[in-house]
Design a protein around this ligand. Structure first.
Ligand code: NAD
Length: 359
């Protein structure tokens, strides 16, 4: 039976970058006879304009029926004044929670050709390839009770609850160890177990999970040290696994090591490995409609989708190689072009990747 991919272009640059990613997906679909069928849907502002809500029932149903979802980006000033519960971003959050996408994968890869784009010295970051696995549906961002209360003395107090159950830790652990097996077989679990009991449990459960993966090396690091090591010597890491809040912060820091948000893909997976794939960046309203958007983050999201949900590692590797080839050819969209270097358009970059794929 053919596998179904739901394509959600979204808003502003979303449709521009998605058009190129779809061309790339169609090319590998044909070349590797993957038997994928593509279906398009509306999410975010585009859905608000058409149906009055950011996540229409038809989109949610199509997402449930799909093997994988490919998303562009949602949101932008056009919908700044809609009610809070109808904002475009709500569509995205709704999809993540409805589909229980608990595992967020954020690779930070720095193609050697772009080493100068990083704020760190090229020798520190050239060839960087780390994968941050962040728990996405639990931890302090969701813990109850939470709120702002007024104490008896009249002073206000804000409070949140940092909570993880054993099963939540175990499933993100298994995800990280499984992914490490497809890489360099090293997992660094990041916690704050010198201060926070919840992460004492986190560390214990990670040790338990590790027993199922004798071929994968587990190490532990406190989050403050991890932040320091990421900017000091990032290439020491292979897979980093951590909770929601620490992962939020560390994955943004790691992303910036690469210097170019237009290059970074991401995945959010459920317990069966099905998932949603999207670039790390937003809808970039400032450059929409000008052919300036870099489509490579979305194209690399297609590669992740092939590798992690569809089990098509060869097709994934072919896309990654094609991206490397076009960078070797010197093609750069404005965001990754060096000063004075001629830049190509979104469309030309997509076409070059397709041409590289066709060999
Ligand atoms: P952004 O990521 O859209 O843009 C930040 C900067 O990076 C801008 O200067 C933009 O031009 C540039 N940029 C982003 N993607 C690029 C690409 N592919 N090529 C070249 N340059 C690129 O973040 P923002 O400006 O804070 O947010 C804009 C809108 O996107 C907001 O409505 C926000 O809520 C939304 N957003 C959506 C998502 C998502 O859909 N997952 C994520 C983040 C932000």
């Amino acid at each position: 039976m053919g596998r179904r991919i739901l394509v959600l272009p979204g808003d502003y640059i979303g449709p521009e970058i998605m058009a190129e990613a779809v061309r790339v997906l169609e090319t590998v679909n044909e070349r590797f006879t993957l038997g994928l069928s593509l279906e398009h849907g509306l999410l975010g502002g585009a859905a608000i304009d058409e149906h009055g809500v950011p996540l229409p029932d038809a989109t949610l149903q199509a997402a449930r029926d799909a093997d994988a979802i490919l998303l562009g980006a949602v949101g932008g000033p056009k919908w700044d004044n809609v009610e809070r519960h109808l904002r475009p971003e709500r569509g995205l959050l709704g999809l993540r929670s409805q589909l229980e996408l608990f595992g967020n994968l954020r690779p930070a890869i720095l193609y050697p050709q772009l080493a100068d784009a990083s704020s760190l010295k090229p020798e520190v970051v050239a060839g960087l390839d780390i994968l941050i696995v962040r728990e996405l549906t639990g931890g302090i961002y969701f813990g109850e009770p939470r709120g702002i209360r007024t104490l008896e003395n009249g002073e206000r107090q804000g409070f949140n609850t940092y909570v993880y159950s054993e099963s939540e830790i175990r499933r993100i652990g298994h995800l990280a160890f499984g992914l490490a097996r497809q890489r360099d077989r090293r997992v660094c679990s990041v916690d704050k177990s010198n201060v926070l009991e919840v992460t004492v449990l986190w560390r214990e459960v990670m040790e338990e999970v590790a027993r199922d993966y004798p071929d994968v090396a587990l190490s532990h690091m406190y989050v403050d040290n991890a932040a320091m090591q990421l900017v000091r010597a990032p290439k020491q890491f292979d897979v980093m696994v951590t909770g929601n809040m620490f992962g939020d912060i560390l994955s943004d820091a790691a992303a910036m090591l690469t210097g170019s948000i237009g290059m970074l893909p991401s995945a959010s997976l459920d317990k069966n490995g099905r998932g949603m794939y999207e670039p790390c960046h937003g809808s970039a309203p400032d450059i929409a409609g000008q052919g300036k958007a870099n489509p490579l983050a979305t194209i690399l999201s297609v590669a992740m989708m092939l590798r992690y949900t569809l089990d098509e590692a060869d097709a994934a590797a072919a896309i990654e190689q094609a991206v490397s080839d076009v960078l070797d050819q010197g093609l750069r969209t404005p965001d990754i072009a060096a000063a004075g270097q001629r830049a190509v358009s979104t469309r030309d970059m997509g076409a070059a990747v397709v041409a590289a794929l066709r060999g």
